[in-house]
Design a binder for this molecule. Structure first.
Ligand code: ADP
Ligand code: MG
Length: 452
């Protein structure tokens, strides 16, 4: 399946610097393309101005090259920076686009499309820190001697922590060293949609053959295999074939295979026999290092204090960290203030804390108790029963991470005697989160209740 906007972006990516591409285009979407009118979704109003003044011709050109003819073009601020929420998946079969879109060439004559690799992901631009050093050293070993020690290479961790970047970087580096290698990167969702297509068109054998010839197969977001039994079976076969030939297999997922429902036990254990490596949340120093590297890459001038402010205030993941960083740089350019000045005059508050301001500690406690089906009184009481205690600790954790509340204040909110109990509770959740994926999901859901 070829998404038109992806092709347009691929075209643009070749014409602008990686820094410009990631700043201006990464979060754009095609909201609609009909009646000679194209609407592009952007993250905020700063983008509208910049895209119009700097890149209009480029965008127009790239759209036309991809068969989208139009007379007017508009930019619209999407309600969220996460494009999937509002964008429509525009594909060549999208009927509302009518015949305005000519059939796309299957390949845009770039390697980056046919093998799924995107050259912007390099090992050089991947900052090594305490959150990823083991995974990176395994990655380097794979690059030196693919198909040997870490095979398969299983990389897992929450969203936005660098899984795609790291495995793409391995693919790119392998190819740089030996351009004759046959490498394929594919998200598991593409794997199964292609597989279904092949079966429906009676081309199951060809599908299989495409994989047989590979030297390295990279499968991203394996967790989405849930409920796709036939595809799982096919993947298992391909996996075994490649493995026997000592071909390198790389798989990412947000959790361990054993924690993905409906994954065959034998497959689960095979996937981790080369070791399972995780990417963790970056610590403060890691976040600063990533931002400094990004600033250097973009040639952006940003004060160390501003970097520290962003690092301190974004506690979700690296994707969000980059998002806030870009927004502050943009605002600083538009307003003619330095990033630090912007922060000091209060115009650059990080979006999550913005959203949270109207929410009190009491409301958080209520939401957590409700989520666990407990009366607030009971959750904030003295009970040592495991599930009640966990709920209490989750409340402590959320109050600390999301409201940046002091441990003394949290103690009062959740009805415990002193702040050391709170510190212990938060630490407990932090360490449980590393491997307890159900807990991760629970906390995400609670946050959705809180913000929603
Ligand atoms: P995931 O696949 O785990 O959801 P991504 O690989 O898409 O995460 O990473 C999210 C963003 O963060 C990407 O833009 C990526 O380049 C960046 N990123 C993640 N880890 C690092 C790192 N260690 N150094 C530099 N950039 C990183
Ligand atoms: Mg990813």
């Amino acid at each position: 399946m070829y998404n038109v906007w992806e092709n347009v972006l691929a075209e643009i990516e070749q014409k602008v610097s990686p820094a410009n591409f990631s700043t201006w285009f990464k979060d754009t979407t095609l909201l609609s393309a009909s009646d000679d009118h194209v609407i592009i979704g952007v993250k905020n109003s700063f983008f509208v101005k910049q895209l119009r003044s700097k890149f209009l011709d480029l965008i127009t050109d790239a759209l036309k090259k991809n068969g989208i003819e139009f007379t007017t073009i508009d930019f619209e601020v999407s309600s969220t920076s996460k494009p999937k929420v509002r964008s429509r998946e525009v594909t060549t079969t999208d009927s509302s686009l009518g015949d305005r879109i000519k059939p796309l060439k299957k390949s845009l004559d770039t390697k980056s499309i046919s093998n799924g690799l995107n050259s912007k992901y390099t090992l050089d631009s991947f900052v090594i820190g305490s959150n990823n050093d083991l995974a990176v050293s395994a990655a380097k070993s794979i690059i030196d001697t693919p198909g040997t020690r870490y095979n398969p290479f299983f990389l897992y961790g929450g969203p936005g922590l660098g899984k795609t970047h790291l495995v793409q970087a391995i693919g790119n580096e392998l190819l740089r060293r030996d351009p004759s290698l046959k490498i394929l990167y594919t998200p598991i969702s593409h794997f199964y949609s292609d597989f279904i297509d092949a079966i429906q068109n009676g081309k199951g054998k060809e599908f299989n053959r495409k994989f047989e010839k590979l030297d390295c197969l990279i499968i991203d977001d394996f967790q989405f295999i849930v409920g796709k039994e036939k595809s799982q079976e096919e993947f298992f076969n391909i996996f075994n074939d490649l493995y026997q030939l000592n071909k390198q297999i790389i798989v990412t997922s947000d959790r361990l295979p054993s924690q993905i429902k409906t994954v065959d036990e034998r497959l689960a254990s095979r996937l981790t026999m080369g070791g399972a490596f995780d990417l963790q949340l970056p610590k403060f120093e890691d976040k600063c290092a990533i931002l400094r590297a990004k600033a250097e890459l973009m040639g952006a001038d940003i004060e160390p204090e501003a970097i520290e402010y962003i690092a301190e205030n974004v506690n979700t993941n690296i994707r969000d960290l980059e998002g806030e960083f870009s927004t502050i740089l943009l605002m600083s350019e538009v307003r003619g203030l330095t990033p630090l000045e912007l922060i000091q005059n209060g115009s650059a508050s990080i979006s999550r804390s913005n959203k949270l301001r109207p929410i009190s500690g009491k409301q958080v406690v209520e939401k957590v108790a409700k989520y666990y089906n407990l009366p607030v009184k009971e959750m904030c009481g003295k009970s040592r029963v495991a599930n009640i205690k966990t709920a209490r600790q989750v409340a402590m954790f959320i109050l600390s991470k999301e409201l940046s509340m002091s441990t003394t204040k949290i103690a009062t909110e959740v009805g415990v005697k002193d702040h050391t109990t709170v510190m212990h509770g938060i630490k407990k959740i932090e360490s449980d989160l590393k491997l307890n994926f159900s807990l991760r999901d629970q906390i995400e859901e609670i946050k959705e209740h809180i913000y929603g």
